[in-house]
Design a protein around this ligand. Structure first.
Ligand code: MG
Length: 257
C-alpha cells in the first residue's frame, strides 16, 4: 500500500490523475452515435501518450486495451472492439494512467444521445453515490463507512449494488489494499490513514446485483441483462486533507444540490 510521504510523490499521482481526467474529456467528446468503441480506445491511447504517461490497463493481466468500455448491461471490464454506439445507449468509460510510476484510475458513465428516464436516473444516482463515498474518505474513517454511504444512496431506488467488484487502494500499482466494497456496515474494516490513496467506485444495476463473465474472460455483465452504471475517482489522503485527483470539472465534479 502506498504512503504518500512527500510532495513529489503526491505531484506524480496528481499528474496521473489529470491525465485520466483528460482521457475522459477526449473520449466523452468523441462518444457519439455510430462511433466504434475501438476508436474511443485509440483516442485514449493518444491522450495518455501525449501526456507523457503510460496506460495502466493495457497488458494488465493481459487486458488488450487502454480503457474499459462497458455499454448498457456491461458492468465493468468491457473490451473496446468494433461495436458501434447507438442512440439511447449508456457507456461506462474506465481509464487508468501511470506517471513516473504512480497510478490514477477513474470511471464515468455517459448517455449516448437521448436515453430513457430510467437510465438517466441510474447514471445520476450512481454519480451521487460516488461522491457520498468520497465524503467518507478521511483519516480515521473506516472502509465500511465508504461502503455504507455508497449502498445507502442506492437503497431508495432498489438498485442492485454490485458486491463482486470493489474499490481499492492505489499507488505504485493500480490495485493495492485495502479493498473498498460498495456496501456493508459502517464503522467496520480497515481504518483510513493520511498517506493512502484509494479508488471509490460504485457499480449500480437496475436489476439484480448478480454478475456473469463473458467468454472473453473480461467482460462483466449483469446476470439479468438489465443496465448498469459505474463511477470512480482516485482520492489521495494528504496531510492537508483528502484530494480527489481525477476530477474533470465538466464531467465528474461533485453534483450540486
Ligand atoms: Mg478501479
Amino acid at each position: 500500500m502506498i504512503t504518500i510521504k512527500n510532495k513529489r510523490q503526491f505531484a506524480k499521482m496528481a499528474e496521473a490523475g489529470r491525465c485520466v481526467a483528460a482521457v475522459h474529456e477526449a473520449v466523452v467528446e468523441a462518444a457519439e452515435v455510430g462511433v466504434t468503441l475501438r476508436h474511443l480506445d485509440q483516442i485514449a491511447a493518444e491522450v495518455i501518450r501525449g501526456w507523457g504517461c503510460k496506460p495502466s490497463f493495457l497488458g494488465y493481466q493481459g487486458f488488450p486495451a487502454h480503457i474499459c468500455a462497458s455499454p448498457n448491461e456491461v458492468i465493468v471490464h468491457g473490451i473496446p472492439g468494433d461495436d458501434r454506439l447507438a442512440e439511447g445507449d449508456i457507456l461506462s468509460i474506465d481509464a487508468g494512467a501511470i506517471y513516473e510510476g504512480y497510478h490514477a484510475d477513474a470511471a464515468l458513465t455517459i448517455p449516448i444521445g437521448e436515453v430513457d428516464e430510467e437510465s438517466a436516473r441510474l447514471i445520476e444516482v450512481t454519480r451521487r453515490a460516488l461522491w457520498a463515498g468520497i465524503d467518507q474518505v478521511h483519516p480515521g474513517k473506516k472502509v465500511g463507512d465508504i461502503g455504507h454511504a455508497v449502498e445507502t444512496a442506492a437503497v431508495p431506488y432498489g438498485y442492485g449494488v454490485v458486491s463482486q467488484y470493489v474499490g481499492h487502494g492505489i499507488g505504485r500499482s493500480m490495485h493495492e489494499g485495502p479493498q473498498i466494497p460498495n456496501l456493508g456496515p459502517p464503522g467496520k474494516g480497515y481504518r483510513l490513514k493520511t498517506g493512502m490513496a484509494v479508488c471509490v467506485e460504485p457499480m449500480f444495476n437496475l436489476g439484480t446485483p448478480d454478475t456473469v463473465t463473458a467468454e472473453d474472460g473480461w467482460t462483466v455483465l449483469t446476470a439479468d441483462g438489465r443496465r448498469s452504471a459505474h463511477f470512480e475517482h482516485t482520492v489521495a489522503l494528504t496531510a492537508a486533507g483528502p484530494v480527489v485527483l481525477t476530477v474533470n470539472d465538466l464531467l465528474t465534479a461533485r453534483p450540486v444540490g
